[in-house]
Design a protein around this ligand. Structure first.
Ligand SMILES: C[S@@+](CC[C@H](N)C(=O)[O-])C[C@H]1O[C@@H](n2cnc3c(N)ncnc32)[C@H](O)[C@@H]1O
Length: 273
């Protein structure tokens, strides 16, 4: 019954905003673990993508980091002004800011507790995290070269408003890099997102269904993820959290596998004129 009520409420923009705010404020407050840096389902690269050499260190969350790495690799980032919307615990921002050397990288997130945690965990001269909403980005017009958005916009009240904000803050010729999933049973399914992107006034350069890459990531990361849940999450919350984290056998994993959920990667560009 509760699940059904939440399912219905999620059709309302105000509820989606409230749900995102409460969930992510709580997550960072209740689990401030400094060795947990990501909240995406991870990515296994295509054979055509150059392998990423990472130190053999079990604390590195290889798969979620790869989600960022192969998205960031889509456009030249060195010396650019980058904004990430929905930066969460900041691990992706830290990787892109150090690996691709943008002039500046700002991570924006709705949850103040996630912003505080990210600022305390990741310190680089070109990196900072600020609080704010994707639907009212607190930056001037045409001030950013690249906007990055990883597994976040499914939670926004209005994706259309978010896309108009992305277009507003991007300089002409600037890029929008995005990955996210959609449940095909919802009104806001992947076709809706594709139409919203088409209507955004930005030019679609690349679009790829990466569901299979994410499924492989969930499978390959499962043991490590389950171990992390046992270590970090109080026992009574572990089952619920495992669903949220998308372990093998969770609803997220099963729906991605049977095609009723899709996960895509997009590259768009703001027109020069
Ligand atoms: C699934 S997490 C992904 C975090 C991060 N991108 C990663 O991959 O580790 C989604 C993030 O989006 C943020 N978020 C949700 N709604 C938002 C909004 N309207 N504006 C900015 N951030 C938002 C949440 O607070 C959360 O940190």
């Amino acid at each position: 019954m509760i699940k059904f009520i939440i399912h219905v409420l999620k059709r309302f923009a105000w509820f989606k905003r409230l749900n995102a705010k409460v969930t992510y404020e709580l997550l960072a407050k209740k689990i401030p673990a400094t060795d947990w840096h990501f909240m995406n389902y991870g990515y296994v690269p295509n054979p055509s993508e150059a392998p990423l050499d990472l130190p053999n260190d079990s604390t590195i969350q290889r798969y979620p980091l790869q989600m960022y790495h192969y998205l960031g690799a889509k456009v030249p980032m060195e010396g650019k002004a980058v904004l990430e919307v929905g930066s969460g615990r900041g691990g992706g921002a830290k990787h892109l800011a150090s690996h691709f050397k943008p002039a500046s990288y700002v991570g924006l997130d709705l949850a103040q507790s996630a912003v505080d945690l990210a600022n305390s965990m990741h310190q680089l001269p070109n990196l900072k995290f600020i609080q704010g909403s994707a639907e009212a980005i607190p930056l001037p017009d045409s001030s950013v070269d690249i906007v990055v958005n990883v597994e976040s916009c499914h939670a926004y009240g209005s994706v259309t408003k978010f896309l108009s904000e992305v277009k507003r803050v991007l300089r002409p010729g600037g890029y929008f890099l995005m990955v996210d999933f959609r449940n095909q049973a919802n009104v806001e399914n992947m076709e809706t997102l594709q139409q919203q992107l088409k209507d955004s006034g930005m030019r679609l350069l690349e679009e790829e269904n990466i569901s299979a890459n994410v499924i492989r990531s969930i499978e390959e990361e499962d043991n490590t993820k389950q171990e992390r849940i046992r270590k970090l999450v109080p026992e009574k919350w572990q089952k619920l959290f495992a669903e949220f984290a998308g372990v093998v056998g969770s609803k997220f994993y099963l729906t991605l596998k049977d095609g009723s959920r899709k996960y895509y990667r997009f590259v768009l560009q703001k027109p020069v004129m």
